[in-house]
Design a protein around this ligand. Sequence first.
Ligand code: GLN
Length: 487
Amino acid sequence: MQLYELTIHELRKLLDTGETTAVEVTESIYNRIKKVEPKVAAYLSLAEERAMEEAHGWDKQGFGDRTKPLAGVPLAVKDVICTRGIRTSCGSKILANFVPPYDATVVLRLKEAGCILLGKTNMDEFAMGSSNENSAFGPTRNPWNVKYIPGGSSGGSAAAVAADECIGAVGSDTGGSIRQPASHCGVVGFKPTYGRVSRYGLVAFASSLDQIGPITKDVRDAALLLQAIAGYDQNDSTSVPRDVPNYAQNLLEGLKGVTFGIPREYFIEGLDPEVERAVQNGIRTLEGLGAKSVEVTLPHTEYGVAAYYIIAPAEASSNLARYDGVKYGHRNREGKTLMEMYRRSRSQGFGAEVKRRIMLGTYVLSAGYYDAYYKKALQVRTLIRRDFLKVFEQCQVLVAPVAPTAAFPLGEKVNDPLQMYLSDVFTLPASLAGIPGISIPCGFTSAGLPIGLQIMAPHFEEGLALRVAYNLEQNTDFHHHRPPLDS
Ligand code: GLN
């Protein structure tokens, strides 16, 4: 086994016993990056010099400090999360040269836990997209087949984990951007409850939905990373002052007494039969482990896409107003008037999808349309949330597909935004309701592309989602498969 293939928990053991060093593992990963990046393109920036320095620091200091559970662990961070002194572009030309003067809370917490920051991963511009093709710097490719999309918007993070270009990563999820790329790349992706993790320093897309979470090689690692980043932060008033349980300890409990719901609306026409079969196999495995299943209904699911694609663009149109060529980012210097400068800076700086969202958002918020679109969408959001609250009286978690199909070929949906939006149908509802959702590998298509299974849990029941995921994972071996990148 190569050092770059290790999980967080495996690496921590080897560091503790002195069987490897932080320098060895960090070097091994940068060599791996050099080898596979020409094919995968998962990173937008690397921080090699700094990372090697930190690795030396850890080797000198040693790994005995129990308050540093991630000591010496090299991780990647999505480029929408601010890193002090390291460019944070959000996959956009408008922020191509933006170097934040501060670290996001999540980055600070990861550093406090001892992690080594390898670099920043590629993404759809401002996290708008499901395929990574909206990155201003070119798409990341799926390590399982480089002619396919890795998913989005955290496609760079998911591909980096799958291709062993980091030990683990963090991404952000507004409507599926952690779970869907994790599913397409055959790794674990966990969107926590809205409010569980601080958004301070996460560049805002849709503030009532955005949430940061781990993308990892297995469920135990997801628990470890979440542990490091979760919890109240006085810099984010939407983070919730609630105790964070010990997630890793939680995993080991079995599934006896657990009832999971199978929502009818997630097994509909349009769901690829291979995906359905893999998810059904996962369901059978859970039943075999002593969990009980019930069929349930979430009747407003079908309105999720419409509601999301009103609410998210509305918030985006407001959040993105700050990129005006004055306060941040790219400025066009040819404009003769202030308005002209704004217009030119924004037309040059933003890509097509971002512009589409700004227009959609501005439209649905404008006088005369606000009630018909934005207000209606918020009402639908409440109904979707109520669906979940009601169903969680019948069962403790929900099991469903992550996406209707496995990864699709690059270019297939770029010119058809509606088709692209529809591919989010199974991830948007949990985002609108604010509940946690985890994606774990549950099979492969006949073409060898990974398939993910989604477990959703009630607000702040991350421990339960992780526990169910862990039990399923430990009784399957999909997380041990590696993409054929070396051949
Ligand atoms: N694909 C969805 C969108 O384009 C979700 C993106 C996300 O979660 N950041 O908005």
